[in-house]
Design a protein. Structure first.
Length: 279
């Protein structure tokens, strides 16, 4: 598998964050656009599997193919740059500023949304034969997802919002672990295995991923689902983005950086001290 030690791959994480901050606007948006499109095409694929087989585990097992493809091709998800870009700022890399980190996040958000919306439109078009008939069973299922994961949270008020935020945190804990997985091996099979496992967990557990939701909810709106754009933004996308940011940075980025780069001195043991003798 050509495994890299944590101190090595965490340094690669910081290097990757620095590289993304200094990337040109054009390259950042193109890479983000393709990442959003590929990931959401995989989400469409997974929902189709779930509908046709009635077995959510099968869809979850196969959904990571999109994540693997986009990272092997060097494309960027918002959930990934939430973790990587701040590390370059925390590490005080020359020329890295908070403005640069926010710029990177904003451009990747725009690119991801454009790519996801492109696939959402294609899915809505295909499942309705060019909007000439009601959606097929896959389109109908996607519309139901949109309603249950907006109005469903809203029905619980503050508790629903807290649940949504926490699901966003849990999601990017797993997804960002998948991003790191691409760095812990120098072989393609090793990268694929390391990325596949946490993405399977996130998808099967129905955690909230901001980029996947950029596909699911606009798709539902295009297909006539009974929720509004405001419902989508307030009762899903915005809390999910915030949860993804907090979860990925707190549980993956900062924990790995703190314990493998910004380590504390080892404890000093007085070897001359006599061991205690039990009475």
């Amino acid at each position: 598998m050509s495994y890299l030690a944590p101190s090595e791959f965490v340094t690669k994480m910081v290097d990757a964050g620095e590289s993304k901050i200094f990337m040109s606007t054009r390259d950042t948006i193109i890479r983000a656009y393709m990442a959003g499109a590929i990931l959401t095409l995989a989400a469409w694929f997974a929902v189709t599997i779930n509908v046709n087989t009635g077995q959510p585990l099968v869809g979850a097992l196969l959904f990571p193919v999109g994540f693997v493809m986009l990272y092997l091709l060097g494309f960027d998800l918002l959930t990934g740059v939430f973790v990587l870009s701040p590390l370059a700022l925390i590490d005080k890399r020359p020329g890295v500023t908070l403005g640069g980190v926010l710029r990177n996040w904003g451009l990747v958000f725009i690119g991801n949304f454009a790519g996801a919306f492109t696939v959402a439109f294609m899915m809505a078009f295909v499942t309705t034969f060019g909007f000439t008939q009601p959606p097929d069973k896959v389109g109908t299922a996607i519309g139901i997802i949109g309603e249950s994961r907006t109005l469903g949270y809203a029905a619980h008020g503050a508790a629903g919002m807290a649940t949504l935020f926490m699901r966003g945190m849990l999601c990017n804990w797993m997804v960002s672990t998948g991003v790191v997985g691409a760095m812990i091996s120098t072989s393609v099979p090793g990268k694929v295995i390391a990325m596949w496992m946490p993405i399977l967990v996130f998808f099967y557990m129905v955690f909230e991923h901001s980029v996947v939701n950029m596909f699911l909810f606009p798709s539902g709106l295009l297909l006539g689902a009974k929720f509004s754009i405001l419902d989508y933004l307030i009762w899903n996308e915005i809390p999910t983005v915030l949860g993804n940011l907090v979860g990925g940075l707190a549980f993956t980025g900062m924990t790995l950086y703190a314990t493998h780069v910004m380590t504390l001195p080892k404890r000093q043991v007085d070897k001359a001290a006599k061991p205690r003798v039990a009475a």
